[in-house]
Design a binder for this molecule. Structure first.
Ligand code: ATP
Ligand code: MG
Length: 241
């Protein structure tokens, strides 16, 4: 199966080339574990390779993503200006709607986050889609509705041949009984381990599943530097054992 580079050298090695083309991958982890950084790497690389990309944001300001990508030397703004990357900010759309509907006495519940409507309306071919953070759907839905919504989004993207990265915070992932893990082609979990003696935190990446590949069954130590995610241990260790 053809792969798309993740934009992170060590991760491409761990994943035997990168994310499987046309499939969906779920990335989950606690706050600050590197989920958004991972998404930025993938988008930056895909844009550089000339792919048509979309980023759907549900919890962050577009401006914050621009400055984070700039700080990592993976500036996304030029790709937006060139029309290669579209950013749909559901969070900001929602803020604008709240401003107007609140005048009429309606609140937050009057505004929903309709990702399905947006991706269904896309007429152009999209190569790469990153949704950061899909966990918002978990908040206002019961488990069955949540599974339905996620499944619909997943199926639409699959049918369009889009290589999709779903970013989901760990709390929403657990709250929804880890259902999304079963629905996607691949699952990557990021974790942090605190060492109270040294006062330092170690970050680990674990490829829990990748349906078409033999992936290392181990946690890979990584860190986030001003150049982004750097895998410290991984394939070499595996080869030695
Ligand atoms: N330019 C940078 N240089 C060094 N480290 C950085 C840089 N940018 C981000 N980081 C590190 O990455 C962490 C944030 O990663 P990221 O935004 O990907 O987390 P996240 O998993 O998306 O969190 P959340 O669930 O809150 O959205 C920061 O706490 C910081 O430690
Ligand atoms: Mg994030």
């Amino acid at each position: 199966m053809e792969s798309l580079s993740t934009g992170i050298k060590g991760l491409d090695t761990l994943m035997d080339g990168g994310f499987p083309k046309g499939k969906s991958i779920l990335v989950t982890g606690p706050p600050g574990s590197g989920k958004t950084v991972l998404g930025i790497h993938f988008l930056h690389r895909s844009c550089k390779e000339g792919k048509k990309c979309i980023l759907i944001l549900t919890r962050e300001l577009t401006e914050d993503i621009f400055s984070q990508s700039r700080s990592l030397n993976l500036d996304l703004k030029p790709f937006v200006e060139r029309g290669q990357l579209n950013i749909k900010n559901i969070f900001e759309d929602k803020m604008n709607k709240i401003k107007s509907v609140s005048k009429f006495g309606k609140g937050l519940c009057a505004v929903d986050t309709d990702i399905i409507e947006y991706i269904s309306s896309l007429s152009l071919k999209v190569d790469v889609m990153v949704i950061d953070n899909i966990g918002v759907i978990a908040i206002n839905h019961d488990i069955r509705d949540f599974a339905d919504e996620f499944n619909s989004i997943n199926i639409i993207l699959l049918k369009n041949g889009c290589t999709s990265l779903f970013i989901m915070d760990e709390d929403s992932y657990n709250l929804t009984h880890r259902l999304t893990g079963y629905m996607v082609f691949g699952l990557i979990r990021l974790t942090s381990q605190e060492n109270f003696n040294s006062g330092k935190t170690k970050k680990y990446l674990y490829i829990e599943k990748m349906r078409d590949k033999a992936v290392p069954v181990q946690y890979s130590l990584f860190d986030i530097t001003p150049e982004g995610i750097r895998i410290i241990t991984g394939m070499n260790d595996l080869l030695e054992t």
